[in-house]
Design a protein around this ligand. Structure first.
Ligand code: SF4
Ligand code: SF4
Length: 60
């Protein structure tokens, strides 16, 4: 699974990268990268994000 960050909302605080238990998230200069092979869809980062920028990516 994976999550994505809304670029218009994200303030690049980096908090979600620290809260992810499997280190699936990486803070890049202008985006949050999610490693879909690591993400367990636990939802912790979505709850944590102070600006509500993260959401789950639906798999086809
Ligand atoms: S916690 Fe939210 S605002 Fe902070 S870097 Fe992650 S997605 Fe962006
Ligand atoms: S949903 Fe869980 S495993 Fe996936 S990126 Fe967020 S904190 Fe990490």
């Amino acid at each position: 699974m994976a999550v994505k960050a809304d670029r218009d909302k994200c303030i690049y605080c980096g908090g979600c990268t620290a809260v992810c238990p499997v280190n699936a998230l990486t803070l890049k200069e202008t985006r949050i990268e999610c490693d879909a092979s690591k993400c367990t869809d636990c939802g912790l980062c979505i709850k944590f994000c102070p600006v509500g920028a993260l959401s789950k990516v639906k798999k086809e």
